[in-house]
Design a protein around this ligand. Structure first.
Ligand SMILES: NC(=O)c1ccc[n+]([C@@H]2O[C@H](COP(=O)([O-])OP(=O)(O)OC[C@H]3O[C@@H](n4cnc5c(N)ncnc54)[C@H](O)[C@@H]3O)[C@@H](O)[C@H]2O)c1
Length: 263
């Protein structure tokens, strides 16, 4: 087997891929040769990423999907398989975050995190297994967070949802091991996407500090003192989605400059 990552002929879905990490994951999978469906609630952003993938010489199309709706997720996966014949790689990635002290966190914002971050991943995994189990192959790579490995103060609800994604990964990986399906998740560190604008906005509104100083403090806590990029995250997912990772399942791969690696 070659040690180069080659996803030629593979069919992938990435949710929340209209922007941020999802876009980075989709572009990396496409650069490795996969055809990638872009599923996002924001149809305009999704179309932009489709154009980027087609410019790389791969196939792509956008599907407006709200991952909190089980029927929409199943319809989206059905559409991909109808169009392209199979599903090799499923990357549930759409997510959101509400930050601040727990006693100020509304039940609505708590629910939103559970719906998008946790139920969204649950529905995507279920819908992927509909095709991966009969075909006896597949790679599922979910987007958890380093906050799914170590609970982070002021991110309690987010941490709960991401610990849930890690538990989902570990439980399902064992269920489908004999179906030749590998299930893993990634734990990104800090990448300045829209989610971080939201987190910093919430913290500023809660009187915790000023946005730039807070962000600098988060980066300074990383051993490498570097933020990560969407491409760093996409590269890790591409590895886990490849045959090079056939013996890795039920694990979380942290891409975070070494933070929380030795709790
Ligand atoms: N940026 C970071 O530092 C960081 C760190 C760890 C984990 N993560 C995780 O990475 C994932 C992507 O986050 P990001 O940083 O790219 O944020 P982002 O806000 O840039 O992207 C989130 C994407 O999800 C889409 N989305 C939101 N709700 C949706 C829904 N109901 N259905 C379908 N799509 C929906 C948005 O339209 C957007 O394109 C999330 O799961 C997040 O928790 C991010």
């Amino acid at each position: 087997m070659s040690t180069a990552i080659d996803l030629s002929g593979k069919i992938a879905i990435v949710t929340g891929s209209g922007s941020g990490l999802g876009r980075g994951i989709a572009l990396c999978l496409a650069k490795a040769g996969a055809d990638v469906a872009i599923a996002d609630i924001n149809a305009e952003d999704a179309q932009g990423v489709v154009k980027e993938i087609i410019a790389l010489g791969r196939k792509s199309f956008a599907i407006k999907t709200d991952v909190t709706k089980e029927d929409e997720v199943f319809a989206m996966v059905d559409e991909v398989v109808k169009k392209w014949g199979k599903l090799d790689i499923m990357c549930p990635n759409a997510g959101t975050c509400s930050a601040g002290p727990l006693d100020k966190l509304s039940a609505d914002n708590w629910d939103k995190m559970m719906q998008i971050n946790l139920y969204g991943h649950f529905y995507c995994v279920k819908a992927a297994l509909k095709y991966m189990k009969p075909q006896k192959s597949g790679k599922i790579v979910m987007t958890a967070s380093q906050a799914g490995r170590v609970a982070v103060p002021l991110l309690a609800g987010y941490s709960v949802s991401k610990f849930g994604v890690v538990a989902l990964t570990k439980a399902v990986a064992q269920e489908v091991a004999l179906d030749n399906i590998q299930v893993n998740c990634i734990g990104p560190g800090i990448i300045r996407t829209k989610i971080w604008d939201k987190i910093l906005g919430d913290l500023v509104a809660a009187g915790i500090g000023e946005a730039d100083a807070l962000y600098k403090a988060f980066i300074d806590a990383i051993p490498t003192k570097r933020e990560q990029t969407p491409e760093d995250i996409g590269n890790a997912v591409t590895f886990l989605a490849s045959d090079l990772a056939n013996e890795i399942t039920g694990d979380i791969l942290l891409i975070n400059g070494g933070q929380f690696n030795c709790p």
